[in-house]
Design a protein. Structure first.
Length: 195
């Protein structure tokens, strides 16, 4: 597992400190060859130790899946069908709220979100199910993030830094959209195209 668990622990602290998730919610993984290094189920992301990060097989479920995150099947499906090497799953409050208010996507209104993030698809599926795994892995082929309805953000990238940046941007854009929507009572202003 080399020092992958230390990198995961570093980003676990950042997620909690930045308010993207509370300590016991969310999960983080890295792809290393044919293995996925992932947080254990129920672990506190801001207090991760080496024993709270496990190695599971990329190709199929294994014995370690029993103690790995309940979202292991989602991470596995994303790695199997995309070029991503890192995944962060948060329970970001504004993104979760938007997923309950919007139908299919949460479109960023802020300039950074529009340029760097793009559409945030909202996907369906219960926690830790193959349905959710299929939905998340499908949209992360062409998007940096998606929001599982009522559950949270899945952000992916080539590194944990990339995934963390996307998760931060998703919550920022969700917060801006939520606040504009609340203020305008669903009357959105038209923003000029930034492209």
């Amino acid at each position: 597992m080399s020092s992958a668990w230390q990198e995961i622990a570093r980003f676990g602290k950042k997620l909690v400190i930045s308010g993207l998730t509370s300590s016991r919610f969310g999960n983080i993984s890295l792809l290393e060859g044919d293995k996925i290094i992932i947080t254990c189920t129920g672990s506190m992301l801001d207090e991760l130790e080496e024993r709270l990060v496990v190695e599971v097989d990329l190709s199929r479920p294994c014995d370690q899946d029993k103690i790995a995150s309940s979202e292991t099947c989602v991470h596995r499906a994303v790695y199997q069908s995309t070029i991503n090497k890192a995944i962060i799953h948060t329970h970001s409050p504004y993104a979760v709220a938007l997923s309950l208010l919007e139908r299919r996507t949460a479109e960023p209104l802020d300039s950074e979100g529009m340029i760097f993030l793009g559409t945030m698809p909202i996907v369906e599926g219960q926690i830790g199910t193959n349905e959710l795994a299929r939905a998340v892995s499908f949209v992360l082929k062409t998007n940096k993030v998606c929001i599982a309805r009522g559950h949270g953000v899945f952000a992916a990238g080539n590194s944990l830094c990339d995934a963390y940046t996307a998760a931060c941007m998703a919550e920022h854009s969700a917060q801006v959209r939520y606040l504009v929507k609340a203020y305008s009572r669903d009357k959105f202003i038209s923003l000029p195209s930034l492209r």
